[in-house]
Design a protein around this ligand. Structure first.
Ligand code: HEC
Length: 267
């Protein structure tokens, strides 16, 4: 009997996931329910078959990551020199050297067998701010801040979700039971998250005149994290475009050849 219920509730959960994926309006969730809201689809410069990253946007996203998120989140699959590669934020090599040197990186052991820290080098990966998982959990109400290298691909709705999550902190719905130290966020599964709202108006200074709002920071971060998760997106889109051109030319040539051959047959 219990098993039957378990299967049934799993089926229901799957059905509601499918419904969520089909883009039902968020209002479909009854008040107080723990299901998360579906993120609103945004316009991104990188979506579509010919999309490219907006260089300024992912540079700003990096700045917000550096000044806010890197206090808790690592990006272990990314090295500093990736920031100067084509198709990414394209900082200059001198800039990357300076950006890397702002981070403390553990190295060693030295001749006495001791580990030591030194300023980061372009070849280093983005380090974790915590020495180990236990320390990270102890500092974050028991929750582990995930590595952000591929988070934009690891979550359904990727960049839309990241933008929605970062702008989605609200007062809990009436009657919603919150665990201590948690924040209410309609986009997080279960609607309560151990990450306190990390952004606020004006927390990061922009030098290009872009608005210093939570909405702008969240969009810039989502674009930056999308690049981090898929650094070859632009090359892939370009390749797809070249393949299309090639196929179109090939089709023309084949058609011309066919006409010639059949013209000979007809006479
Ligand atoms: C004070 C530490 C702290 C800061 C600063 C912080 N986070 Fe988090 N973050 C966390 C913790 C802890 C979790 C895990 C939450 C949980 O599991 O309830 C988390 C989870 C996340 C998740 C994963 C949500 C999911 O679906 O699992 C994303 C994405 C995220 N943070 C992005 C960011 C971004 C972007 C920034 C910078 C604006 C940021 N965080 C700043 C602590 C932090």
């Amino acid at each position: 009997m219990t098993r039957h219920f378990a299967t049934l509730s799993r089926r229901l959960a799957i059905a509601s996931l499918i419904a969520a994926g089909a883009g039902l309006p968020p209002a479909a969730a009854p008040a107080g329910a723990a299901e998360e809201t579906v993120p609103r689809p945004m316009e991104w410069s990188f979506s579509g078959p010919f999309g490219t990253f907006d260089r300024g946007q992912i540079q700003r996203g990096y700045k917000v990551y550096r000044e806010v998120c890197s206090a808790c989140h690592s990006m272990r699959l990314l090295s500093f020199r990736d920031l100067s590669r084509a198709g990414g934020p394209e900082f200059s090599e001198a800039q990357v050297k300076a950006l890397a040197a702002e981070f403390e990186v553990e190295d060693g052991p030295d001749e006495e067998g001791e580990m030591f820290t030194r300023p980061g080098l372009p070849s280093d990966r983005f380090p974790s701010p915590f020495p180990n998982e236990q320390a990270a959990r102890a500092a974050n109400n028991g929750a582990l801040p995930p590595d952000l290298s591929v988070i934009a691909k690891a979550r359904p709705h990727g960049p839309d979700y990241i933008h929605a999550l970062l702008t989605g902190y609200e007062e809990p719905l009436a009657g919603f039971e919150m665990r201590s130290g948690m924040s209410y966020n309609a986009y997080f599964p279960g609607r309560q998250i151990a990450m306190a709202p990390p952004l606020g108006e004006g927390v990061v200074e922009y030098t290009d005149g872009s608005p210093e709002t939570v909405d702008q920071y969240a969009g810039d971060l989502a674009a930056f994290l999308m690049w981090a998760a898929e650094p070859t997106l632009e090359a892939r889109h370009k390749m797809g475009f070249n393949v299309m051109i090639y196929l179109i030319i090939l089709t023309g040539l084949l058609y011309a050849t066919k006409r010639r051959l059949f013209a000979a047959v007809a006479h």
